[in-house]
Structure formats: C-alpha cells, structure tokens
Design a protein around this ligand. Structure first.
Ligand code: OSB
Ligand code: MG
Length: 368
C-alpha cells in the first residue's frame, strides 16, 4: 500500500461535563484527527495529545508540527507491504509517540478497509465483546461523586476508577467503599504523590482496591519499585510506559503488576501489540486506557481491546459520556452488562462523519 495524501484536521468539542485530574481540568477538547489516503481508501486516526503538556510532553501543536514536518516526509509515496511496517520506518524520530500513533493507527484502518475486514481481526483480536469501566474525574463534593458512581453502575459499567490527589483520596475512597461494598474499585493519581507519601498511600489498602494507577512521577519507574514492595495492592503504570523497554524494565524490576495501555502513549498498534505480548508472557494483565477521545480514537480503543491479554475492564466507554454528538456513525454504545460489542464492518467498523468533522474543524492541512 502506498500513502498518497495526509489530511490533518483540528476539531474542537466541549465535554458534556468537565474532567478534572490531579494535573488539571478540561472543559473543551481540541483533537487532531488524521485522515490518510492510500490507493483510493481513507484510513482514520486520532492523536491523543492534550491541549497542554500536562499528561505527557506532547501537545496538539507539537504533534501537528511533527506530523507535517517530519513524519509525513518519511511516509509519503512510500510503498508498505502492511501497516505493521510503518512503525519501524519512523524509528529515526525519537519520541513523539502520540503523533506517530495517530498516523500509524490510521494506516492500519486503511489496510483493514482495503482488505474489507474488521481492524480487530487484522490485529489478531480474539473477542467480540469488550469489558468496560469508567474513569471519574475529581469532583467538588462527595455527594456529587457518589451520585456519579451510582449513575455509572446503573448504566452497567463493570469497574469504577476515580481520580485522586492529595487531600482528595482516602475520604472519597472510604465513602465509596461504605456505600458500594462489593464493586470493582480503583484509583488513578496521575503522578500526584511522592515516594515519601507511601504511608498515606498504604491507608488506601483498607478499601480493597483493584489497583492504584500511576501514583508517582510520570517518568520515574524506579520509585514505583520501592512503593510496590511496600504495598499489597497492585500498582498499574500509565504515564511511565512509553516503550517496550519501559514495560520490560517496569515488569522485571517489579515496579507494577498491571499495565494501562494507550495506543497514543506507545506510538501505535505495532508497539502496543509488542508490549501486550510481552506482558502476556510475563503474566502481567493489561487494559485499555482512554484519553477523552472522540469516536475515532474510541473506535481504535475498542479494536485494541480485543487482543487476548486485555483481561481487565478498560476506560473505553459510550460516546454520550463525553459528547452531545460524536463524529462517528453509529456512536459507541454500551450494553446493560457494561460491555461494548465490537463492530464487524471493515476497518474501525464505525464511519467517520466527514461533513461533521469538516464543520468542527478549526484548522486543516492537506499534505501530498
Ligand atoms: O490517566 O487515564 C488517564 C484522561 C486524560 C488523561 C489521562 C487519563 C484520562 C482518563 C480518562 O482517565 C479516560 C477516558 O477517556 O475515559
Ligand atoms: Mg491514568
């Protein structure tokens, strides 16, 4: 397959409700949507970089720049036997995984569409229904948090994750446990704590959490080793894992017992699959994280979640939790059992609503 054209679009959509983490609050999303044209077929991808460099170093602006000035010149008019070869061709560019992941995943979508098969099958996925949990942002009040959890459980979601930060951790977890003694509950700190906070984090162990996600520094695998030794609760790493080498180091050193996988954070399907199979070999469960994606990124997360070792519910949820109206057809919906049925159409299995995407675009660049 030859890649003839790349179209970058920045769309803007307000979130249904603001999302707050230990690193900040998002009310409006800016999303870089990638369309790659190959032999008459369009493949679609989403760059999960945020508005600012607060989750990871990349932003919408840096990703746009890297895609148009460095990635596209390498890929354009190149003949690829398969999308699986794209990742290696980008080796000379260090980092910028979110920019790479956006286009790499779009090429996978294009290949699946050209072969007229679902992307999940092309990837080697093994299941047609994926398990879903929700990620709930930091709330002003406990009442609001409890009401939100009640609503998500009623919708069927199988696991509740709440965001925590110092001062908003033990009490909300304790209250949720009192109110919902048997639910699958976990927390995500987005690197809000330091090594010396370990006795405080230890207090969370009274509430039977499935895992504590990314408690310490975003690039600090080493400190998590010490913390995991002190905790019985599994640590799950998110921000720390950008490469297969990071995953190997974290697993071998004992920095975590679970890994949150994000396509954008690791740079696309080829590295995600490698990390996934490494984890499987080492008996480390993985699950699919989310980045407040539009339907395009959501559809990719669904495909990724069909791989064998995605054995825990992911942060992959219905479009309506984030958007009044999504940019794909149909929108992503969740069953009463808290699952998503994986679509059987070609590629990502959802159709990008191109006119809507065009009308939401604040910026567009066509590269040939
Ligand atoms: O840490 O998993 C995270 C959203 C933005 C940045 C980082 C994270 C998150 C989430 C949201 O937890 C997950 C979702 O998209 O539902
Ligand atoms: Mg996280």
């Amino acid at each position: 397959m030859k890649l003839q054209k790349l179209i970058l679009r920045e769309i803007r959509m307000p979130l249904v409700t603001p999302f707050e983490t230990s690193f900040g609050r998002v009310t409006d999303r800016r999303m870089l949507i990638v369309e790659v044209q190959s032999d008459g077929v369009s493949g679609w991808g989403e760059c999960v970089a945020g508005e600012g460099p607060f989750y990871a170093p990349e932003t919408v602006e840096t990703a746009w720049e890297i895609l148009s000035h460095f990635i596209w010149p390498i890929l354009k008019e190149r003949e690829f036997a398969t999308a699986a070869d794209v990742w290696a061709s980008l080796e000379t560019i260090r980092g910028h995984n979110m920019a790479k992941g956006a286009i790499e995943s779009a090429v996978w979508d294009a290949e699946a569409r050209q072969k007229n098969i679902p992307l999940w099958k092309l990837l080697g996925g093994v299941r047609q229904e994926i398990a879903c949990g929700v990620s709930i942002g930091i709330k002003e009040s406990l009442e609001e948090l409890i009401a939100t959890v009640e609503r998500e459980l009623a919708a069927g979601y199988q696991r509740i994750k709440i965001k925590i930060k110092p001062g908003k951790d033990v009490t909300p977890v304790e209250q949720l446990r009192l109110k919902f003694p048997r639910i699958r509950l976990m927390v995500d700190a987005n690197s809000a704590y330091r090594t010396e906070d370990w006795p405080h984090l230890k207090r969370l162990e009274a509430y039977y959490l499935m895992m504590i996600e990314q408690p310490l520094g975003w690039d600090d695998i080493f400190s998590h080793v010490d913390l995991q030794r002190r905790l019985d609760t599994p640590i799950c790493l998110d921000e720390c894992i950008h490469t297969e080498e990071h995953a190997r180091a974290a697993i071998e050193l004992g920095a975590c017992r679970i890994i949150n996988m994000k396509l954008g954070r690791v740079g696309g399907y080829t590295p995600a699959k490698r990390i996934h199979y490494l984890c499987q070999e080492k008996q480390i469960p993985v699950w699919c994280g989310g980045m407040l994606e539009s339907g395009i990124g959501r559809a990719h997360n669904i495909a990724l979640s069909t791989l064998d070792n995605f054995s825990l519910p992911g942060d992959v949820t219905a479009s309506r939790r984030y958007w009044v109206e999504d940019v794909i057809d149909p929108e992503v919906t969740v069953t009463r059992n808290g699952t998503i049925r994986v679509p059987d159409g070609p590629g990502i299995g959802f159709s990008p609503r191109v006119e809507r995407i065009e009308s939401l675009s604040a910026r567009k660049e066509v590269l040939e």
